[in-house]
Design a protein around this ligand. Structure first.
Ligand code: ACO
Length: 428
């Protein structure tokens, strides 16, 4: 294969180098395009064909259904690693030794205390506020309580900012849920693991000794690993682009949380469960909803189906489907919603409309069913996604800053009015 691409505009030929990644993905490097062509730009709404960066964190191949963090397959990591090891791997590039992992965990615990005044901000939110809005605000507010800016040239400064947010974020998540439920705000325990503490903070009752459930710890650990990174998706690109203006880590993460909230992205897990509930209440007629999803006049979409990159099975969906069966079995929960989900999936996989468009279940088709069996309220589902995605966002922010990437600033093609003379108000 040639190592150059040629573009001809108005009879003039321009050559651009090809870049090949370590998995043989090929990209045309158009950094010089505007300069050599006298201002010609590209247009690619939704960035369907545009690579925004070179990254060494996550590899995914949508055609083959492959997902790897730092070279390790998602299947191996979900089965053999725990979430904190995966977080370390994503952020620092290698699996930690026991010593490195112990230090990482101990540093995170040291930084888990949240300024008590944050509770005043939480108090000001109505109980009806969506937890994603509250979480985005509280994460942004951390900037005010930790105002010193991170010197990204200093590994130590960078490390401290990372363990600080990894320590405080689960506290904010738990408090967001507890506040809504009128429960006292609490903290984790020194002797528990990272994921164990998340569950303790979320579910501990003031009048009952807290009992750890291995089933729930393992289920949450796996879900968080599956959500931990997914290269340049909408929220991650948001974190990178906000961070590219040299806004701080917490501010960049807060923007990522807002991006994740939408139902076309992380908000899909809440939307899936609401959709399945709706189908159940409407008599469980999956065929009717399949028809609605295919009807171009109807705005209804089969939530939890389709993906911008996976045009084959989402490998995370395969792991989660199996996990949903196991967790519900272990907990002794029978959920008719699971049967509706399986029915819809079967019909969609055999339906021409879905087959032609390569629409398969994505990671969030089954995750809500597990969250619900764990006793997590529906409105918290996307918050749980954010908790899992946190290390990915941090890793991508760190990589962007360490590679000294320029500020993100796309171009446009203007299609508005040409120059017009100003009309005074009485002449309009
Ligand atoms: N139900 C019905 N039709 C669908 C669906 C769906 N869930 N998803 C895509 N289609 C159809 C579109 O109508 C379009 O049809 P057309 O070619 O006849 O116009 C075609 O499939 C291509 O869809 P696009 O929207 O162009 O695909 P895009 O890559 O832009 O969108 C997205 C991907 C947003 C995920 C989309 O599939 C969707 O809305 N899915 C439902 C929401 C969802 O589950 N989001 C979670 C994504 S995973 C994550 O963020 C963790």
């Amino acid at each position: 294969m040639s190592d150059k691409a040629t573009l001809e505009i108005n009879g003039q030929k321009h050559e651009f180098p090809l870049i090949t990644g370590t998995e043989n993905e090929v990209a045309i490097d158009i950094k010089t395009l505007r300069g050599v062509t006298g201002g010609v730009t590209t247009i690619d709404p939704g960035y369907k064909n545009t690579g925004s960066c070179e990254s060494a964190i996550t590899f995914l191949n949508g055609e083959k259904g492959i997902l790897r963090y730092r070279g390790y397959s998602i299947e191996d990591l979900a089965e053999k690693a725990d979430f904190l090891e995966v977080a370390y791997l994503l952020i620092f590039g290698e699996l930690p030794t026991q010593e490195q992992l112990d230090k990482f965990h101990s540093d995170i615990k040291k930084h888990s205390v949240v300024d008590d005044d944050v509770k005043k901000i939480l108090d000001a939110f109505p109980k009806s506020a969506h937890p994603m809005g509250v979480l985005a605000s509280l994460t942004s507010a951390l900037t005010a309580f930790n105002p010193s800016s991170v010197n990204v040239e200093s590994e130590e400064d960078m490390y401290n900012a990372i363990v600080r947010i990894l320590g405080k974020f689960p506290v904010l998540v738990a408090w967001t849920m507890r506040k809504k439920q009128g429960l006292p705000l609490n903290y984790g325990s020194e002797d528990l693991g990272y994921v164990e503490n998340i569950l303790k903070m979320m579910f501990e009752k003031p009048n009952k000794e807290y009992q750890q459930s291995e089933i729930l710890v393992n289920a949450l650990d796996k879900l968080l690993i599956l959500h931990a990174d997914h290269e340049q998706n909408c929220s991650t690109s948001t974190v990178r682009i906000v961070g590219s203006s040299h806004a701080g880590l917490f501010a960049s993460l807060s923007a990522g949380i807002s991006a994740l909230w939408g139902p076309l992205h992380g908000g899909a897990n809440q939307a899936v469960l609401e959709m399945l509930e709706g189908i159940k209440e409407d008599g469980g007629d999956t065929k009717k909803y399949m028809g609605k999803a295919k009807d171009k006049e109807d705005p209804f979409r089969l939530m939890g189906f389709g993906h911008r990159v996976y045009k084959n099975f989402d490998p995370r969906a395969r792991i989660i489907k199996k996990s949903a069966d196991e967790v519900l079995g272990d907990l002794g929960v029978e959920d008719p919603i699971l049967d509706i989900a399986k029915g819809l999936e079967k019909e969609a996989l055999e339906d021409d409309y879905f087959v032609k468009r390569k629409l398969y279940p994505n990671v969030d088709f089954y995750s809500g069913i597990i969250y619900r069996a764990m006793g997590i309220p529906v409105e918290m589902f996307t918050v749980m996604f954010a908790l899992g995605r946190l290390p990915g966002w941090i890793a991508q922010w760190r990589e962007m800053r360490m590679r000294k990437e320029p500020i993100g600033r796309p171009r446009q093609v203007y299609i508005g009015e040409n120059h017009r003379d100003f009309k005074t108000i009485e002449n309009r």
